[in-house]
Design a protein around this ligand. Structure first.
Ligand code: PLP
Length: 426
């Protein structure tokens, strides 16, 4: 594979951008090679500036559920842009997208648009604190909720009651309000709630974890969280930035049949443009300014261009018969093909898959939380990643990320991918 142009450009980029990139994982650091520069992408395929073509399983880290450059989405963006890109005033598109979100996700009574998943979770946290008049939040080890200070916290060793900052620049006083529990371990949550009685505002969770690789929550665990939150008047917040409109029309909460108090969205909701949103029970959402006193605003929030990209994406999903059944069929076909390829090589690695989100973990252990995810052999993953890339399959460059199947992946794409997996395991 010739990657000369990408290599040159990355060398130049490093003089101008931190690490040459605008988001860390794009630097390909963990897979020991230089990143590629993408020139264009259509459907399930991406082409880099050296002319190499790849079957893409990143899908812009989730948004591209219809595949890249869907003609109807592109046309809607073009038509809207021709009338101006942002007014700093209200527009029709934001109301239409809000209505569609509510139709898809019944727990959403009122929704506020923002510009990224990070903004959505930061704002939901402020709202939860304002509503409950409590300070602390609980999150789970291995769950990612964007780069807001309060979320960049790992559990301290031993008694995981005080958070330790994961990044310089996050102050101790911020970190102390973030408590970290173990995923799929209700006892670890009960202990934190008990030792911080009447001071926990919210529990944030990815109901299907996607940022330690794909790790689904157990249904009993989520139900126990719901019960605990009800008993202790804590808000249960599902971070569905990745899972929203990805796993089902109603996201993870539909699949599990568990209703959170608030939900955060991003990724698919913007159809490839920068959008996030948070919403939930009207009683809580009415506390947001200007209907309430919790302040949150945005110069570009709800701008017509971003809104129409999200709206058109959701509308196409809505109007495609059996959209999620089709996506499930493609994803199951791929999973089964990969499992078969592994078996033929005598390998017993774990695949976690929920709908069109999946991760192949290079471990024989069942992966149920961050600790078990970390039993993966990342050296083997790196070898696999590079072999796949050389073979024309573009995977997330980390063991601890989810892969995404889009509706544009054809049977031929999936078969070629399975063949590449088989070769990578030699
Ligand atoms: C991607 C992601 C975020 C952050 O969204 P950005 O748009 O990158 O700020 C937050 N939560 C989850 C679960 C995510 O997957």
């Amino acid at each position: 594979m010739n990657t000369e142009k990408s290599e040159k450009l990355f060398e130049e980029a490093q003089k101008h951008l931190p690490g040459g990139v605008n988001s860390p994982v794009r630097a390909f650091k963990s897979v020991g090679r230089d990143p590629l520069y993408i020139e264009k992408a259509f459907g399930a395929k991406m082409t880099d500036i050296d002319g190499n073509e790849f079957i893409d399983y990143i899908g812009s880290w989730g948004p591209m559920i219809l595949g890249h450059a869907h003609p109807q989405v592109i046309k809607a963006i073009q038509d809207t842009a021709a009338n101006g890109t942002s007014f700093g005033a209200n527009s029709v598109q934001e109301v239409e997208l809000a209505k569609l979100i509510k139709k898809f996700v019944p727990s959403i009574e009122i929704v506020r648009m923002v510009n990224s998943g990070t903004e959505a979770t930061m704002s939901a946290m402020r709202l939860a604190r304002g509503f409950t008049k409590r300070d602390k939040i609980i999150k789970f080890e291995g769950c990612y909720h964007g780069h807001g200070d309060s979320f960049l916290i790992k559990a301290g060793s031993g008694v995981a009651t005080l958070g330790l900052p994961d990044s310089p620049g996050v102050t101790q006083s911020t970190a102390k309000d973030t408590l970290t529990a173990r995923y799929n371990d209700i006892q670890s949550v009960q202990e934190l709630v008990e030792s911080n009685k009447d001071n926990v505002a919210a529990i944030f969770i990815e109901a299907v974890g996607g940022n330690m690789g794909c790790v689904p929550a157990k249904k009993e665990f989520l139900q126990a969280l719901r019960d605990l939150c009800d008993a202790e008047k804590i808000l249960l917040i599902f971070d569905e930035v990745m899972t929203g409109f990805r796993l089902a029309k109603g996201g993870a909460q539909e699949i599990y049949g568990i209703t959170p108090d608030l939900t955060t969205f991003g990724k698919v909701i913007g159809g490839g443009l920068p959008v996030g949103a948070y919403g939930g029970r009207a009683e809580i959402m009415k506390m947001i300014a200007p209907s309430g006193t919790v302040y949150q605003a945005g110069t570009l929030s709800g701008n017509p261009l971003a809104m129409i990209a999200g709206y058109e994406t959701l509308r196409i999903i809505d109007e495609t018969p059996d959209f999620y059944a089709k996506l499930e069929e493609k994803s199951a076909y791929l999973e089964n093909g990969i499992l078969k390829a592994l078996k033929e090589k005598g390998l017993n690695y774990t695949i976690n898959r929920v709908g069109s989100m999946f991760t192949l973990f290079f471990t024989d252990a069942e992966v149920v939380d961050f600790d078990t995810a970390k039993t993966s052999d990342t050296t083997k993953f790196t070898k696999y990643f590079n072999s796949m890339l050389e073979n024309g399959v573009y995977l997330p460059p980390s063991q601890f990320e989810a892969n995404f199947v889009s509706i544009a992946h054809s049977k031929e794409d999936l078969d070629r991918t399975i063949e590449a997996v088989s070769q990578a395991m030699n």
